[in-house]
Design a protein around this ligand. Structure first.
Ligand code: HMG
Ligand code: MG
Length: 327
């Protein structure tokens, strides 16, 4: 299989931490229900490919996201994975205290809450105003911290909203700062519908910096609707961000934002990062094999350009070999 030529560029981090969201953001949007055994195997294969953070599922209302209603069944199937992969982190999405209770009962060690920079999306995704949603998260973050569980904060619609159009920078920074003030350890800036372009990314990160939020506390979460996710990621790396969300095979979307397509594909990201000489810890061959396997489970090809380019050159599926832990 081909690998990119390595030509480093200046002003970029030496290592990028990839926050893999395929099992959560990817599968929450599937039209058919994916069996829990397939989800568990997907996560095990992602860990075996070297991904160190894999967002496993959501403890949201099962009627709101039926695709992830099996969170309770999935969690026990992941037990043991962190023993086999020391350092592996398996965060889960939690919207409220009820979700936190469920997550803690199933031994989640990291959670994420998800706010909105716009009112319309807050109403549609969380059934509350944006400010009410923050108040819903307050006890979640506090109680999680008390249990030794760190919370990531997502902020959606940072670069544009399908109902409200452009979102003012100050509005995004304001909600982002409030999420961090709740006690979130990291803030992931979501381009939920994939409309951002690189200049916008640079401008938003500069606005956060002016507000006293350094790039080290930020992650970027780009959906790839307009093919801009990789360019936007490079802009974020140049601004000092070194945590990037991506979804194996480019799976994904948001069931409450119809114009959202899949996330930046992890393989496309890894190809670029490795070409730039940036470490990720990911074995690209094994990852492509995983997404090829997952595409077979879903019955359609991966939209990832790197998967499409590389899948044919795989002579065997290394994820089928004996050294890959089964879920
Ligand atoms: P609600 O209807 O306002 O809930 O939904 P409620 O608080 O009024 O409670 C109503 C009933 O639901 C109660 O039961 C609760 O116990 C129950 P009753 O007393 O009537 O029998 N309930 C729950 N049950 C199980 N688990 C729970 C839960 N919560 C309440 N967690 C709620 C409010 C937040 C729950 C709902 O709006 C929801 O689940 N929304 C989730 C939507 C979602 O998952 N969207 C996709 C993820 S976000 C995303 O993808 C964006 C991101 O990727 C970043 C980006 O791209 O920008 C992160
Ligand atoms: Mg998303």
């Amino acid at each position: 299989m081909g690998l990119p030529s390595v030509v480093p560029d200046s002003g970029l981090p030496g290592r990028v931490s990839i926050h893999e969201v395929g099992p959560r953001d990817g599968l929450q949007n599937e039209s058919s229900l994916v069996p829990v055994t397939v989800k568990a195997e997907f996560i095990a294969r992602l860990a075996a490919a070297g991904l160190e953070r894999v967002e496993a599922t959501s403890f949201v209302h099962p009627k709101w996201v039926p695709q992830l209603a099996d969170a309770e069944e999935l969690m026990p199937r992941l037990a043991g994975l962190t023993d086999r992969h020391p350092g592996l982190r398996l965060p889960v999405l939690v919207p409220n205290e009820r979700g936190l209770d469920r997550a803690l009962a199933h031994h989640a060690t990291e959670i994420a809450v998800f706010a909105s920079a716009t009112e319309t999306f807050a109403r549609r995704n969380l059934n509350r105003s944006a400010a009410e949603a923050l108040e819903m998260f307050r006890p979640v973050v506090e109680r999680a911290a008390g249990a030794g569980v760190p919370t990531r904060g997502y902020l959606s619609m940072c670069f544009g909203d399908p109902w409200e159009g452009p979102v003012p920078l100050d509005q995004v920074v304001g909600f982002g700062v409030r999420l961090l003030e709740l006690g979130c350890t990291e803030l992931s800036l979501g381009d939920t519908i994939g409309v951002a372009t690189p200049g916008q990314v640079t401008a938003l990160l500069a606005a956060f910096d002016r507000a006293g939020v350094p790039a080290e506390r930020l992650a970027v979460h780009f959906h790839d609707t307009y093919g801009q996710a990789l360019a936007n990621t490079l802009a974020a790396l140049r601004s000092g961000v070194s945590t990037v969300d991506a979804s194996a095979g480019g799976l994904g979307g948001c069931p409450y934002a119809k114009s959202a397509t899949g996330n930046l594909a992890t393989e496309d990201l890894v190809w670029m990062l490795h070409g730039l000489g940036i470490e990720t810890g990911v074995d690209l061959r094994s990852l492509v094999a995983t997404s090829t396997w997952m595409a077979r489970q879903l019955g359609r090809p991966s939209p990832s350009r790197a998967v499409q380019a590389l899948a044919g050159s795989l002579t065997a599926d290394p994820a089928d070999s004996a050294d890959t832990p089964s879920a």
